[in-house]
Design a protein around this ligand. Sequence first.
Ligand code: GLU
Length: 283
Amino acid sequence: MHQPPIVTRFAPSPTGLLHLGHAHSALFGWKAARVAGGRFLLRIEDIDPVRCRPEFVAAIFEDLAWLGLEWESPVRVQSSHLADYAAALARLDAMGLLFPCFCTRKDIEAEINASGHAPHGPDGPVYPGLCRRLDPAQRAERLASGQPHAVRLDMAKAVDLVGQLDWRDQAAGIVAARPELFGDVVLARKDTPTSYHLAVTVDDALQGVNLVTRAADLFEATHVHRLLQELLGLPVPVWHHHRLLTDESGRRFAKRDRALTIASLRAAGHTPESVRDMAGFIP
Ligand code: GLU
């Protein structure tokens, strides 16, 4: 039978310079496509208007090219595709699965403190449901007055609708999806009309990505992505969550650690080969 070619992607957010952990991730996806004779894509995930900067986008291109990676053009830049996320959101809304959330961080904290129990999800405290329980008239009034709001998924309703799902990870095997761990996830933020979970799901489908490779710190996020795929009728890829590269003391790399950015290693005279080696990819 004819197998479609493997399509992988590396999808960094331009909120800082790429470090060795990113190099590992990029090389992982690139190699997975290459050994299978497949395609490798680069996507710029720049939906955060405050933290993303054009100079970091330029640095991503420069650093990856210097490392010896090649990717297809044009590169998808999320901020140029907000209409695609709006369309997905409208579809979920038509299914009655969304609600506007006017809460501030403070409102949420106060409610959690008052309720005396605070379940924690992979993205932080689980939303206590204040705006889900809003009286419809009050909700309409607040919307009409233009009060800023995020848009959340009614998780219990969504899970009820699709039932138990699973997904396949090349490293972990078949995984039972547990999106309920997240509670009512945000699908559109107050400051930007989408969220990481929505944009990544829509884009992987639109771009035909059928092998999602990324670090193990995003393993849990896949529960939500699998649910969104089901709700939106999107194709389901295979995942490979690879190990999270750490520094010598076992700490994960962070964008704030300047020393191990690809740019600083290059400036210190390292070759692309030696940086690929440090990132766990010996040629
Ligand atoms: N943009 C995300 C990040 O930089 C990665 C998205 C993904 O691979 O799913 O953490």
